[in-house]
Design a protein around this ligand. Structure first.
Ligand SMILES: Cc1cc2nc3c(=O)[nH]c(=O)nc-3n(C[C@H](O)[C@H](O)[C@H](O)COP(=O)(O)OP(=O)(O)OC[C@H]3O[C@@H](n4cnc5c(N)ncnc54)[C@H](O)[C@@H]3O)c2cc1C
Length: 430
């Protein structure tokens, strides 16, 4: 029997990284198991961390997030752009994803987290509601990892499911939000892009949150003054609509553009989408990769030829896997509900907070966006992290117990970091 508590973290995305660091800080012996060859999940794609700052700009995630930011600044101060408002509905924390990647690796090393990459959890030994060990497999063979407690940060509740917990997938009609392939372009003239937005506010999505200015012209001006191109060119805009109509561009709600590295004139582009994919099925998700890659090629060409500020831009990074917005949600002792999110609910047993709007992408140009009341934050109750019937396993990240609407908010990375930290604390305490 080990003298130190053995905490296993399943999954090394935003939630798992946060959980591993937080668990290590309790003095536990921490093993992080990730089936991918590298850490991060979607964390290093270049998308802004949402759910860490409210629409009013108040930081609601602390602890591990602050450590990550400090570590980034030590490596390269310009790697932290900071909170940026899109004057539509959010304040996103914008970072250079490559600096963030290095910062995470450094912190994992400094915290002496035992890292098992290319290793998949394939089974669980549970006795009377207590997870005693997991079976893992890598190319070197299989082994058994005994543990005292665990955090399921697999993005889909896969560990909880192996332990016998119910997991719900997608919407009631079993549809999923579309899969997307995120990419980055460098050599973008931020100033030119922002000037276009100031002169043509009708081209972008603005003013969807009562906590932000309501006048589109004013919002576009504030965006330009901020100096960072955080903008969503709308499907109906004069720039995108003709291209979508002619089939030159695939249909999507908007071209979401966010800054990643001003020194490289780099932005992240979240534009591609493959709808109607069963995101709980690895084969189905794998199957849309070529089509999404074609969308990247065509979108980049379109941007170079027609988007203000992109004339000299080129693709600098294509994310290595299809992004899945939605997968499994555990059945927990409590369920975070869409109404809790929208009404900025307060719970006496809150263990974390979120603040992102209910954000559910549909097929074609459809997307549901419902802001949290008054630009506030909502509480996440302890029970949403506790898989029903399990005593020493806690969920973190996208797979926490939530209805589909609430998951459309709690799935974002800032909130995943918060629930990862909270789950680690629970795993250390029991
Ligand atoms: C296109 C797209 C755009 C998005 N835009 C934003 C945005 O702008 N801002 C934002 O904050 N969020 C955004 N999100 C949401 C956000 O990126 C994810 O919901 C979040 O990163 C999920 O983090 P996670 O740690 O819960 O799960 P993941 O990042 O999925 O991590 C789970 C990890 O567990 C591993 N794993 C799974 N099963 C096993 C197993 N059996 N054994 C070992 N390892 C396992 C996986 O390999 C994976 O690395 C977006 C998502 C997508 C797809």
């Amino acid at each position: 029997m080990s003298a130190r508590r053995r905490i296993l973290i399943a999954g090394g995305g935003a939630a798992g990284i946060s959980a591993a660091l937080a668990a290590a800080e309790t003095g536990a012996e921490v093993t992080l198991v990730e089936m991918d060859g590298g850490l991060g999940g979607d964390l290093f794609s270049g998308m802004p961390l949402l759910g860490a700052f409210t629409a009013k700009g108040m930081q609601i995630s602390h602890g591990i997030l602050d450590e990550l930011l400090d570590s980034c600044r030590k490596i390269h101060p310009a790697g932290v752009i900071g909170p940026v408002c899109d004057y539509r509905t959010v304040v996103g924390l914008c970072l250079d994803p490559e600096v963030l990647r290095l910062a995470v690796c450094r912190l994992i090393g400094e915290h002496h987290v035992k890292l098992l990459l290319n290793t998949m959890i394939i089974g669980a030994e549970v006795r009377q509601g207590v997870l005693e060990s997991v079976r893992v497999r890598s190319k070197n063979g299989g082994s058994i990892l005994p543990l005292d407690s665990a955090v399921d940060a697999t993005g889909g509740g896969y560990l909880a499911a192996m332990c016998g917990c119910n997991v719900f997938f997608g919407g009631e009609d079993k549809t999923f939000q579309p899969a997307s392939l995120v990419f980055r372009m460098c050599g973008v003239d931020y100033g030119k892009l922002l000037r276009h937005i100031r002169n043509h506010p009708e081209d972008v999505l603005l003013c969807e949150n009562s906590a932000l200015p309501a006048d589109r012209g004013e919002a576009a001006e504030l965006l330009e003054r901020q100096g960072m191109p955080y903008a969503a060119f709308a499907a109906e805009s004069s720039l995108l609509a003709p291209a979508m109509k002619s089939g030159r561009l695939h249909p999507c709600t908007a071209a979401f553009i966010t800054p990643t590295a001003p020194e490289r004139g780099e932005v992240c582009l979240n534009v591609t989408r493959a709808a109607g994919v069963d995101c709980s099925d690895d084969a189905a998700v794998s199957g849309v990769l070529p089509a999404l890659a074609e969308q990247v090629i065509r979108t980049a060409e379109f941007f170079q030829q027609g988007m203000p500020g992109f004339a000299d831009a080129s693709v600098s990074h294509v994310f290595h896997k299809c992004g899945v917005r939605e997968s499994g949600r555990i059945e927990g002792e409590a369920v975070l509900k869409q109404d809790d999110v929208i009404s900025a609910a307060v719970f006496p047993d809150a263990v974390a907070q979120g603040c992102h709007h209910v954000d559910i992408h549909g097929s074609g140009t459809a997307q549901i966006r419902i802001p949290v009341r008054d630009g506030l934050a909502y509480d996440i109750p302890r029970g949403a992290l506790c898989p029903k019937g399990l005593k020493n396993v806690f969920a973190a990240g996208r797979c926490i117990s939530s209805d589909r609407g609430a998951n459309g908010s709690a799935r974002v990375m800032g909130t995943c970091i918060s629930t990862g930290q909270a789950a680690a604390k629970l795993a250390a305490e029991i």
